[in-house]
Design a protein around this ligand. Structure first.
Ligand SMILES: [Zn+2]
Length: 936
C-alpha cells in the first residue's frame, strides 16, 4: 500500500547531490524540487557539518491525498514525499510545500547519517543496514523527540515552520498550564501517540532546540548533535547531555521545563481571565471534529476515541448526544437540511493508493450511498439549493475546483465541471458558498501572498483578494444571512489561534474567542434564528465541543486589519533557487540501488559444531526488488559443509527462495554428535493482494520442495527423505487495530489452504486447512475472539499435530505457508494421541487492557508501553482414516502481556507470560510459557 506502482513508468533526475525518482506526469514538480534541493543542501550541509558520501535518493509519489514524507538512512540515504500541500493544522505553512517537506526530510538524513570516531570505523567495516547499524548510526538510536526537534528547527530557519506556528504555541501553553511531561515520559512516547496531545514528540522536540538556542546559543544546537557522532554504545543520552552542557539528561530537561514555564506563564496569566465563556457540550476524548450544524440547533461531528470504531454523532444545544453512524476514515462532514449528510472519506483505489471520496448519508433511513470512486476530493461543500456540490480535487500536488451535480453522482456518474485550476505551488483550502450562490470565499495559498482569503465570482470565475496579512486565515464560513463571515486565523501576537468575525465590506476583523488552547474547528447555524457558534477547542484532555454566544456588537481593540504586512517571503529558498543545468531524466534503473551496502556476520557453535556466515540484503529505492543472501560454512565432525540461503521478492508478487542447511543433533548424555540433517529446500510463491478500504483479499499459488539427508555419524549411514507440495492459499481480512487498542478489535480473518504432495514424495495425497477468526468489540478496549480451525487430509499426508502454545510453519513450506502441520492446543504437549489426518479446534479468548504506561528508565533505557491480559479456552480433537474421532481435549489458561520498550522508543517488543492447564486427566498438562513476538 502507498508504495510506488511497478506498472507505471518511472524516471530519474540527477542533480549534484540527489537522485530524484518520479513519474513522467510529475516532471514539473520534480524540476522544482531539483533546483530547490541543491539550495537546501547548500544551506543545511555546512550548518549541520555533514555531507553524505553518496547521492541521496528521493521518491516523489502521488499515492495519497495527504501531506507527508519519511526518511531513513538505511540501507542508504533515501526519503519519499507525498505531493499534496497541507491546508490546515500545524503543517499549514507559508513555506512552499516542496521546500517545507524537503527541508524537514533532508535534515533527518543529514542528522541520522552523521558519524565519526569508533562508530565510523564500525560503519566502514560492516556498511549500512545490518544488525551492526546499532553501533554505527548513533544519531538514529536516540529518542524521537531529538530527531523531530532538529528537523523542525531546520524547517523553521526561514522564519516560518512549526517553531513559529501559533498552533504549537497554544499547544505548549496548554502543556505548561496542565503540567509538563517528564524527560522519561517523552523519551518513551515515540510515534505511539499513547497520550494526548498526539504527535507530542514533535512539539517537545521543536521547543527543546529553541530552548538550547535561547539559553546556550546557536552553536550549541549543532554541538548537541555532533557531540554524539562517535558514540558506539547506543542510547547514551545522559553522556551526550553531560558532554555538551555538563548536565545530566534529566537536569537538562528540568532546565528546559523551567524555560517553558518562564516563556508561557505570562501568556497564561493574561489569557486565563479573558477566556471566552463557551459552554462545553462534548468532552469525550480525544477527537471531536468536522463540525456541521443542522437547522434544528444541533451539530453533527466526528468522534474518535482511538480504541473503538469512530462514530458520526450529533449533539444538541442542550448537550444530548446521539450516534448517527459508525464509520472510520472520515475526513470531512457537510450537512444539508434537505439532502442529508455529505461525508468525505479516505478510500483505497487502484489497489495501492488512498484518496478521498464522497458519500451521502440519510439520517432518517440510515442509508449510506457512495457517490464517487477514486475521485480524490478531500474538501466539498453544498450549493445552497442542494442540487450541486463544489469540491476540491487534489492530484500530483495540484488543486482544482469542481462543480458536481448530485443527481449525476447518485446515478453513479462522475461528470465534473472544472471551475478553476490552480498552478503548481498554489493550494486551495476550505471554502464557503454565499447564500445567493454567486460567490465563494476560500483560503488560498499563492507563492507571493501566502495564505489569504479570496473571493471567487462563480459567474466570471475571477478571484479577488479579501485579505492581505500574516494571519493564515482558514475555514471561512458565511453567516446564514450572507452579511458576514467567520474564519479561523492566527492572532498578530503569533501565539493565539482564534475565531474571527468579519462584516462583509469591513476593513477589520474582530476575534470572537480568546483561548488558552486554540480553535480547531467551528460551525455556524444555517438558520438565522440562532446566532450561536459551535466550536471545537483544543484542550489538554482532547478536543472539546462548546457552544458560544458571540458578543460582536462593539468594535474591540483586538480588531485585525485585513490589509496588514505580508509575511517576508524573501527568506524562502524557492525564491533564490539557482537555475540548475540538468541533464534530461533517464528511465529508472533498479540496479543502481540494488547492490549490497552492508552485511551482518553471524556465528554459532555447540559441542563440535560451528557455523559461520554473513547476512546480506538489498532493495532498490522504489521497492520493486528485494533480495537476501546468507552464505554459511558449517564445520561438523571434521567436515566442512558449504550452504546458506538465497531469496528474492519481486514487488510482493513473486517470491523465490532456496536454501541448503545442516542441522546437527547431539546425544543428551555424552554431548557427542549423533546425526545431522543436510537439507536442500526450494520455495516459490506467486502472490496477488487485492486491497480495498473494507479489507484485503490475498491469493497465492505456491510450490515447495525439500530433500533431507540424515547422516548417522557412527554408522556411516544416510537416510533420505523428500517431499514436494503444490498448493493455493486464499486469505481475507477486514480486521481493525485501533491506536489505543491492545489487539485487533473487530472484523474477521479467513485463511484457506489446499495442497497436494506431488512427484516422488514420501508423503502423498491432498490436505486442506480452513481457519476463521472473528473479533468482537466489547467496549473500552475489551475484545472477544472466537476462532475455529479445521484440517482434513488423505491417508498419506504428514499428519496434523495439535499441542503447544504456538502454530508453527514447517521448514518445507515457509514463505509459501504450505505444509503447515503444527497447531496450538494450549495445556497439551504435542503427542501421537493428538495427531491425525483430521483435526478440529475451537478457541475462545477474552482480551482486556490493564494499563498504558509508555515510560521507563532515564539512564538505563528500558520501559513499558501497554499492559494487557487474556483468558482463553481451547478445545480440539483429531482422528485418522479408519479410526473413531478422539474425545475433545480442552485447555484453559491466562496470559499477561506487556510491551517492552527497548532503547527508549526505538524498539517495541511484546512479551507474554502464559499459564495453561489441560483439563484431560491423561493428556492434560500444566504449562508455563514465555513468548516474545517481534514487531514485524
Ligand atoms: Zn520528521
Amino acid at each position: 500500500m502507498l508504495q510506488p506502482d511497478v506498472t507505471q513508468d518511472w524516471l530519474t533526475l540527477n542533480t549534484p547531490h540527489f537522485q530524484i525518482h518520479y513519474q513522467p506526469e510529475h516532471h514539473a514538480f520534480a524540476l522544482d524540487m531539483a533546483s530547490l534541493a541543491e539550495g537546501v543542501h547548500a544551506r543545511l550541509s555546512p550548518w549541520l557539518k555533514w555531507t553524505p558520501k553518496a547521492k541521496t535518493q528521493i521518491v516523489i509519489n502521488d499515492s495519497v491525498d495527504d501531506s507527508n514524507g519519511a526518511a531513513t538512512p538505511l540501507p542508504y540515504n533515501r526519503f519519499f514525499i507525498y505531493m499534496n500541500a497541507p491546508v490546515d493544522g500545524e503543517l499549514m505553512d507559508q513555506t512552499g510545500w516542496i521546500e517545507q517537506v524537503f527541508t524537514h526530510e533532508y535534515t533527518h538524513l543529514l542528522h541520522h547519517d552523521q558519524v565519526s570516531g569508533t562508530a565510523e570505523n564500525v560503519r566502514d567495516i560492516f556498511g549500512r543496514g545490518g544488525m551492526m547499524s546499532l553501533f554505527a548510526f548513533p544519531e538514529l538510536f536516540a529518542p524521537h523527540w531529538s530527531s523531530e526537534g532538529i528537523a523542525i528547527y531546520a524547517e523553521s530557519m526561514n522564519g516560518f515552520g512549526r517553531n513559529y506556528n501559533a498552533t504549537y504555541e497554544a499547544k505548549m501553553r496548554q502543556e505548561v498550564y496542565a503540567g509538563l511531561r517528564s524527560y522519561s515520559a517523552e523519551s518513551y512516547e515515540g510515534y505511539n501517540n499513547s497520550r494526548w496531545p498526539f504527535g507530542q514528540v514533535y512539539l517537545y522536540g521543536a521547543y527543546f532546540y529553541q530552548f538550547i538556542e535561547d539559553t546556550y546559543g546557536k552553536d550549541k544546537v549543532v554541538e548537541y548533535i555532533t557531540n554524539y557522532n562517535a558514540n558506539v554504545i547506543p542510547w547514551r543520552m545522559d553522556q551526550r547531555a553531560k558532554r555538551t552542557f555538563g548536565l545530566s539528561a534529566e537536569n537538562l530537561w528540568k532546565q528546559f521545563q523551567a524555560y517553558l514555564t518562564q516563556r508561557f506563564e505570562p501568556q497564561i496569566t493574561k489569557l486565563l481571565p479573558q477566556q471566552s465563556p463557551a459552554q462545553a457540550l462534548v468532552t469525550d476524548p480525544y477527537l471531536n471534529q468536522f463540525l456541521t450544524a443542522t437547522a434544528n440547533d444541533a451539530v453533527i461531528f466526528y468522534h474518535n476515541d482511538m480504541i473503538t470504531q469512530p462514530e458520526i454523532r450529533q449533539v444538541t444545544a442542550q448537550g444530548e448526544q446521539t450516534v448517527l453512524l459508525k464509520l472510520d476514515k472520515v475526513i470531512g462532514l457537510e450537512w444539508h437540511d434537505q439532502q442529508g449528510l455529505l461525508i468525505q472519506r479516505s478510500e483505497v483505489f487502484d489497489n495501492t493508493r488512498v484518496g478521498s471520496d464522497l458519500y451521502l448519508f440519510n439520517v432518517q433511513t440510515q442509508k449510506l450511498q457512495r457517490l464517487t470512486h477514486g475521485a480524490r476530493l478531500p474538501r466539498a461543500v453544498w450549493m445552497h439549493n442542494g442540487e450541486k456540490l463544489l469540491a476540491v480535487q487534489v492530484s500530483g500536488g495540484q488543486t482544482q475546483l469542481l462543480e458536481l451535480s448530485l443527481a449525476d453522482l447518485k446515478a453513479g456518474l462522475f461528470n465534473p465541471k472544472i471551475l478553476v485550476e490552480l498552478k503548481l505551488g498554489e493550494a486551495l483550502g476550505d471554502l464557503s458558498v454565499a447564500p445567493n450562490g454567486q460567490t465563494i470565499i476560500a483560503s488560498v495559498k499563492r507563492p507571493k501572498t501566502g495564505w489569504q482569503l479570496e473571493a471567487l465570482n462563480l459567474t466570471t470565475l475571477q478571484w479577488q483578494a479579501l485579505t492581505q496579512n500574516a494571519q493564515k486565515p482558514r475555514q471561512p464560513k458565511f453567516s446564514a444571512d450572507g452579511l458576514s463571515l467567520y474564519y479561523i486565523g492566527d492572532a498578530e501576537n503569533g501565539h493565539q489561534v482564534e475565531l474571527y468575525y468579519l462584516a462583509m465590506g469591513s476593513e477589520t476583523a474582530q476575534p470572537v474567542t480568546q483561548s488558552l488552547g486554540y480553535v480547531v474547528d467551528f460551525a455556524l447555524n444555517p438558520s438565522p434564528k440562532f446566532q450561536d457558534v459551535w466550536l471545537t477547542q483544543y484542550s489538554r484532555t482532547g478536543q472539546q465541543i462548546a457552544l458560544l454566544k458571540p458578543q460582536i456588537t462593539t468594535p474591540s481593540n483586538y480588531a485585525v486589519s485585513l490589509t496588514g504586512d505580508l509575511p517576508n517571503f524573501n527568506r524562502l529558498i524557492a525564491n533564490h533557487a539557482p537555475a540548475l543545468a540538468l541533464e534530461s531524466p533517464q528511465p529508472y534503473q533498479p540496479l543502481d540501488t540494488l547492490k549490497p551496502v552492508g552485511w551482518t556476520p553471524f556465528w554459532s557453535a555447540a559441542n563440535d559444531y560451528t557455523a559461520l556466515g554473513a547476512l546480506l540484503t538489498g532493495q532498490d529505492v522504489l521497492g520493486f526488488h528485494r533480495w537476501a543472501a546468507m552464505p554459511t560454512l558449517t564445520f561438523l565432525d571434521n567436515q566442512t559443509l558449504g550452504g546458506g540461503s538465497l531469496s528474492y521478492d519481486f514487488y510482493n508478487r513473486l517470491m523465490l527462495s532456496a536454501s541448503q542447511t545442516a542441522l546437527p543433533r547431539f546425544s543428551s548424555r555424552t554431548n557427542r554428535l549423533v546425526n545431522y540433517d543436510a537439507a536442500t529446500r526450494f520455495q516459490m510463491l506467486a502472490h496477488y493482494p487485492k486491497n480495498t478500504t473494507e479489507g484485503t483479499l490475498e491469493m497465492g499459488l505456491g510450490l515447495a520442495q525439500e530433500t533431507v539427508d540424515t547422516h548417522w555419524v557412527d554408522y556411516n549411514l544416510v537416510q533420505s527423505s523428500q517431499n514436494q507440495l503444490v498448493g493455493g492459499t486464499l486469505q481475507w481480512n477486514n480486521v481493525h487495530l485501533y491506536p489505543h487498542g491492545i489487539s485487533v478489535t473487530d472484523g474477521y480473518q479467513l485463511n484457506l489452504t489446499l495442497e497436494n504432495y506431488v512427484g516422488a514424495s514420501d508423503h502423498q495425497g491432498v490436505a486442506g486447512i480452513a481457519e476463521l477468526a472473528g473479533y468482537f468489540d466489547l467496549g473500552k478496549g475489551k475484545v472477544l475472539k472466537l476462532a475455529g480451525l479445521l484440517g482434513q487430509g488423505d491417508d498419506g499426508i504428514k499428519p496434523f499435530q495439535l499441542g503447544g502454545n504456538l502454530d508453527s510453519l514447517s521448514a518445507l513450506g515457509q514463505t509459501t505457508q504450505l505444509g503447515k502441520r503444527e497447531f496450538y492446543l494450549r495445556g497439551y504437549n504435542a503427542s501421537s494421541a493428538l495427531q491425525g489426518t483430521w483435526m478440529e479446534r475451537g478457541t475462545l479468548e477474552l482480551r482486556f487492557p490493564l494499563t498504558q504506561i509508555y515510560d521507563g528508565g532515564s539512564v538505563f533505557p528500558i520501559g513499558v508501553g501497554k499492559v494487557y491480559g487474556k483468558v482463553f479456552a481451547d478445545s480440539g480433537r483429531v482422528s485418522s482414516q479408519g479410526q473413531a474421532m478422539s474425545d475433545f481435549y480442552t485447555g484453559v489458561g491466562f496470559e499477561l502481556s506487556a510491551e517492552a520498550l527497548i532503547g527508549f522508543d526505538s524498539v517495541l517488543l511484546p512479551l507474554t507470560l502464559g499459564v495453561a492447564q489441560g483439563l484431560d486427566k491423561n493428556l492434560g498438562d500444566q504449562q508455563v510459557y514465555v513468548q516474545l513476538s517481534l514487531p514485524l
